[in-house]
Ligand binder design. Structure first.
Ligand code: IFM
Length: 468
């Protein structure tokens, strides 16, 4: 159950979800600031204006990270905090904030991993067409260069864009996320193509402006599958399902119907320089416009594959070279987000992704929302999260023991935070946040994670408690 000595044990969060100070420090407006101001868009109309007030409390938060023994912390930089309009004038006060955050992490011996884009599109860029405007990838590269110039003397781990599928599927498809658009599949794929181009140009800009050698990856959703049994047929069927691109299906839940929830359409261009055949076929009437040379821009050399993996479909061979998707057995565990708990998904997901793309794997997000209730002593014994954490790590440890290059694991999240359209109704943190007082309480899971980290995973040995 041990991981490589260089393995990065981390946790993550994103700017809008924890920072607060939404209108302070010279920050410009983002699509999320505006979206949350529209009635009915988020749970009880909640907004990230203050969130965890991390902007003002980051030193205490870093102290908690140190107490947990984190070796790495993944956070995102808010584009409109750096460039209020998304381009042009730079807000030095915003850069100073991240400067201080990076310094305080390094002083605590915690490696900063920066994500450049975790959904906070500057409002001005949205008014100019957002991800549908072909010039947005140049704007993104300009922003990436500014951040690299200021922080890459101390930061060596970089992630371009978080969860392209969510940007496109929920922001431009179902409208559940900012900017709340409900566009056609063609328009979604066009926006997605521009996101991929931004990833490519952002990568070039990071490398061109880096002050020292750096490692770069992306963090798409790892839409992965796991086989029902370990028969060669089921294993092959789940592999096929993991990389299949299928047309929109009306049998999926409403927000998943738009046909973009897959891995290969988004990862193949980044890692192989091409859209997958199954996608070209499934989307044939909806394909985005592409210029010659786009794929060369998107397909930049990358150092690792980051994937956000929370759950996965269970797959069985249909006996005819195809596969069937199975429902979980009655009564199987569900998170408060309504997601199945299938811990071996970290094993199968990282295995399939490593086999196809050959890059070291970083689990850039994995975690669970549960109902956390402080007990009479004010402690939070979050046993469901403790089991989730340990059982998923066991899956990742198995991958590592079978020779898959596992570079790091980032639990989502370091602390409870603003869960987008669900507001504060979902708690994902290792650290509990009382939003009325801003008090932080380390949950039981944080303490268990601390011990697992200290043992470099050795503590995980033992029988699995979750059988699914
Ligand atoms: O909170 C989100 C995060 O911002 C992106 N990935 C999934 C998490 C849980 O929904």
């Amino acid at each position: 159950m041990e991981f490589p000595k260089t393995f990065a044990w981390g946790a993550g969060a994103s700017s809008y979800q924890i920072e607060g100070a939404a209108f302070d420090g010279g920050k410009g407006l983002s699509i999320w600031d505006k979206f949350c101001q529209s009635p009915g868009k988020t749970y009880h109309g909640q907004r990230g204006d203050v969130a965890c007030d991390h902007y003002n409390r980051f030193e205490g938060d870093v102290a908690l990270m140190k107490e947990i023994g984190l070796q790495a912390y993944r956070f995102s930089v808010s584009w409109p905090r750096i460039m209020p309009k998304g381009y042009g004038k730079v807000n030095e006060e915003g850069l100073d904030f991240y400067d201080r955050l990076v310094d305080s992490l390094l002083a605590a011996n915690i490696d900063p991993w920066i994500t450049l884009y975790h959904w906070e599109l500057p409002w001005q860029l949205h008014l100019e067409g957002g991800w549908l405007n072909p010039s947005i990838s140049d704007r993104f590269a300009e922003y990436a260069a500014v951040v690299a110039n200021r922080l890459s003397d101390r930061v060596t781990r970089w992630i371009t864009i978080n969860e392209v599928q969510v940007i496109v599927g929920l922001g431009y498809g179902s409208g559940l996320h900012a900017p709340g658009l409900k566009l056609s599949l063609h328009e979604m794929l066009q926006a997605g193509h521009h996101v991929l181009l931004a990833h490519g140009k952002g990568t070039q800009a990071l490398r061109a402006n880096a002050k020292q050698p750096i490692l770069i990856g992306g963090a798409p959703v790892g839409v992965v599958a796991r086989p029902l049994t370990e028969s060669p047929e089921d294993i092959e069927a789940a592999r096929m399902a993991t990389f299949d691109v299928t047309p929109p299906k009306s049998t999926e839940p409403a927000e998943m119907q738009n046909g973009i929830w897959n891995s290969a359409w988004w990862m193949d261009p980044m890692f192989k320089g091409e859209y997958p055949e199954s996608g070209l076929d499934a989307y044939r009437e909806h394909l985005p416009e592409m210029a010659d040379g786009d794929m060369d821009i998107i397909h930049q050399p990358l150092d690792f594959l980051g994937a956000n993996i929370y759950h996965g479909r269970t797959i069985k061979s249909d006996g005819e070279g195809g596969y069937s998707v199975l429902n979980m057995p009655d009564g199987s565990p569900l998170t408060t987000m309504g997601w199945d708990v299938v811990p071996d998904v970290l094993y199968w997901g990282s295995k399939y992704l490593y086999e196809r793309y050959g890059k070291p794997i970083v689990v850039t997000e994995n975690g669970t929302a549960v109902t956390d209730i402080p007990d009479e002593n004010g402690e939070i014994i979050d046993s469901a999260r403790c089991s989730y954490l340990k059982e998923h790590l066991k899956g990742f440890a198995r991958a590592s023991s079978e020779g898959i290059d596992c570079l790091g694991y980032f639990h989502w999240s370091i602390m409870d935070n603003f869960e987008w359209d669900r507001g504060f109704s979902q708690r994902f943190g290792l650290v509990y946040v009382n939003y009325q007082t801003q008090e932080r309480i380390m949950k039981q899971s944080a303490k268990e994670y601390r011990d697992i980290i200290a043992s470099n995973g050795a503590l995980l040995s033992g029988k699995s408690s979750v059988q699914v």
